[in-house]
Write a protein that binds this ligand. Structure first.
Ligand code: WTA
Length: 661
């Protein structure tokens, strides 16, 4: 069965109705609720007049010309928000805070992997961004030109993005771990004329060069005029006649620059994300609506108090989570953030907790896959540090299984902190479905309800809203300010991918279920939903069951084609460190785990096979690459592994399979 075919079948019945019989509830802490930025009435206000609600939210920004109309949906699905409004994104993120007397406030506590640190205030940022903007002007960058940024987690990455935004030159940030060919495709697709990069970055204690990939990519991009190179590691780099050192060009520029205002719908950035076909989609975000959406959600979902909070999104700027919640939202809201260059286990497994302890972080935002990795390393690691400043924990990127949620809340949040499980996508720009920490009683594993001003529903194959207790496809039934405006250069693909499956609704590509209270549980991508003997099974549901077993640290489940049942469940598990080696390889354990799944969900969900593996293949944004595991499960030749974080993982898994035969 192909992905498309499985996505077309009715996502109801079977074991889905047994999903996650989870009864734990965590009320908001009283003090947080009493002082929360957003209270329950926000839902009602938004329901009464959604556009008035979003007009209010846009007041978080400074506009040089106010909009005439909140939303123009007359040419749906091509939206225009805050029509006629004008503003500058970088001015909103930086200058206005300096003008308000907050120039000395720390914007970023930056921590390099080797232990070097930088403290960057809003006043510093204003100077740095102005200099970079002046440098880009010198290099001929004009409003509307695209600039590609291929950088690691250093302050200059933020500066480069804001300098582009200041000039109205859309940036396209390509994650620093992508290959030269991926970079080349993205530069070519959006026709970028300038590339900003570094010599290298620190990764797991050593220097990892980035510039060679740029050299290789740019050799096939004749329209790129210049490559601006930040010196981070000082390692040797090859030099071409297009290359310029950042410190030669930027440092001599004036530290002032007067920002120009742009239309609310002026393109802010293009972020590439993978679709169901091989060609990545360039997701276009524009200025006024996107900034309103991320600023509002950062304030509402993280309850941000810019005077006292220290906020940390532990993600890479190369992904949308970094764009929205490391760069734009925290800066628009005038917050202080932590930014960390390296990996969580360098030089030791307590690095993150040490950083939280050191900077007194109050809000941490990360992904379930990382939480499960910490679970694997053991609760005694975070227990060595003072995490008492934390008051809210966030999760994003995939459904969080209840075990990971509870572990996170208990071992990191010490049972004091709400966990906000935020569902959203590159395409949505910002949070869409999430608890509000001062309002919602959280259920482990549920993203709960659409935030105020957002309308989500779960529909069946025919596009009809399903009842409580039923599953189906997640849709968004009204446009929202942070929505993508199109796929860069491909309006038709935008319409086909998102707006054609259920006319009038945005099709998110995720399966979801409404529980008996009508709260939402995300079930993973619909192309990851399996159909076994006519029963709909969610990969997430089975993974969650496996991880709830005391011996399992992490699990990935795929549907492999099967002659009799259509698809069969194949599971890959990583065991917890404490399981003895003889036991880890034994048939007894596999039997135990299969029975556990049968017990937790249904005998239908029992994996056909379970493979104990040392690691799982993940994309650099932390998503498990089920496609590759499916190839292994079906004994096919392995697909493209270029976006894998560590491609040797697949060799290890295949070797393990061979020896198990
Ligand atoms: C998944 C990341 C369940 C989902 C911001 C979505 C989630 C895709 C959650 C988008 C969550 C993200 N619960 N699933 N809290 N957050 N997802 O574009 O499948 O990298 O469609 O954006 O991640 O991934 P993207």
């Amino acid at each position: 069965m192909t992905d498309t075919a499985s996505a077309g079948a009715a996502p109801e019945g079977g074991a889905l109705s047994n999903l996650l019989h989870e009864t734990r509830r965590f009320d908001p802490p009283a003090e947080l609720a009493a002082n929360a930025n957003v209270t329950a009435d926000a839902y009602q206000r938004a329901a009464d007049d959604r556009l008035a609600f979003w007009a209010d939210a846009a007041e978080r920004l400074t506009w040089t010309k106010k909009w005439d109309q909140v939303l123009d949906w007359s040419n749906a699905p091509f939206a225009k928000w805050y029509v006629g409004g004008k503003l500058n994104a970088a001015y909103n993120a930086v200058d206005r805070h300096v003008e308000a007397g907050n120039g000395d406030k720390v914007a970023f506590h930056w921590e390099g992997e080797p232990g070097d640190t930088r403290t960057i205030t809003y006043a510093d940022l204003q100077k740095m961004v102005s200099q970079a903007a002046n440098a880009l002007i010198e290099l001929g960058v004009q409003t509307g030109d695209r600039v590609a940024i291929y950088m690691p987690m250093i302050p200059e990455t933020v500066v480069a993005m804001l300098a582009c935004a200041r000039l109205g030159a859309p940036h396209t940030v390509v994650f620093g771990g992508f290959s030269a060919s991926a970079l080349r495709d993205r530069i070519q697709d959006c026709d970028a004329r300038i590339v900003i990069t570094v010599d290298g970055q620190y990764r797991r204690g050593s220097q990892a060069a980035l510039k060679p990939a740029v050299d290789e990519a740019v050799a096939e991009c004749p329209d790129v005029r210049n490559v601006l190179v930040v010196r981070r590691t000082g390692q040797d780099v090859a030099w071409t006649d297009k290359d310029l050192w950042w410190h030669d060009v930027v440092d001599r520029q004036s530290t002032t620059h007067t920002p120009e205002s742009f239309d609310a719908e002026h393109p802010l950035y293009v972020m590439y994300t993978s679709g169901t076909t091989g060609k990545p989609k360039g997701i276009l975000h524009t200025t006024g609506g996107y900034l309103t959406h991320v600023a509002y959600t950062h304030w509402a979902v993280f309850d941000i108090k810019p005077e006292t909070d220290v906020f940390w999104t532990a993600a890479d700027i190369g992904w949308v989570t970094g764009h929205s919640y490391i760069v734009y939202a925290p800066l628009i809201n005038g917050a202080t953030s932590v930014m960390y260059e390296g990996t969580p286990d360098t030089p030791h497994q307590g690095r993150w907790w040490e950083i939280i302890d050191k900077y007194k972080v109050t809000i941490l935002y990360t992904a379930p896959t990382t939480i499960r990795m910490f679970m694997k390393w053991g609760a005694e690691v975070p227990a060595r540090y003072d995490l008492s400043t934390l008051r809210i924990l966030g999760s994003v990127g995939e459904p969080i299984n209840p075990e990971a949620y509870v572990w996170y809340r208990h071992n990191i949040g010490h049972d004091r902190t709400p966990v906000v499980d935020t569902w959203w996508q590159t395409e949505t720009g910002g949070h869409m479905i999430s608890p509000l920490p001062g309002v919602t009683a959280g259920k482990p594993g549920s993203a709960m309800t659409a935030i105020p001003g957002v309308s989500a529903d779960v529909v069946d194959d025919a596009g009809q809203s399903v009842g409580n207790g039923q599953g189906g496809y997640l849709v968004l039934t009204e446009p929202w300010p942070g929505m993508l405006r199109t796929i860069w250069g491909d309006d038709q693909r935008y319409v086909d991918t998102y707006w054609s499956r259920f006319p009038g609704y945005y099709f998110a590509g995720d399966g979801a279920k409404k529980d008996e209270d009508g709260d939402l549980w995300l079930l993973g991508r619909v192309d990851d939903v399996m159909n076994v003997s006519g029963h709909r099974l969610s990969t997430t549901e089975i993974e969650s069951a496996l991880v709830s077993h005391e011996k399992v640290a992490e699990a990935a489940v795929v549907g492999a084609s099967d002659e009799t049942t259509g698809q069969a469940v194949v599971a890959f598990v990583i065991l917890r460190g404490a399981v003895p080696k003889e036991e880890a390889q034994g048939a007894e354990l596999v039997k135990e785990l299969r029975n556990h799944v049968a017990h937790e969900i249904s005998p239908i969900a029992k994996p056909r096979s379970i493979m104990v593996v040392p690691d799982l293949p993940k994309t650099r944004s932390g998503k498990i690459m089920r496609r590759l595991l499916r190839d292994v499960a079906e004994h096919r030749t392995m697909g493209d592994v270029t976006t894998l974080q560590d491609s040797s993982v697949m060799d290890l898994i295949s070797a393990g399979l061979d020896s198990a035969k």
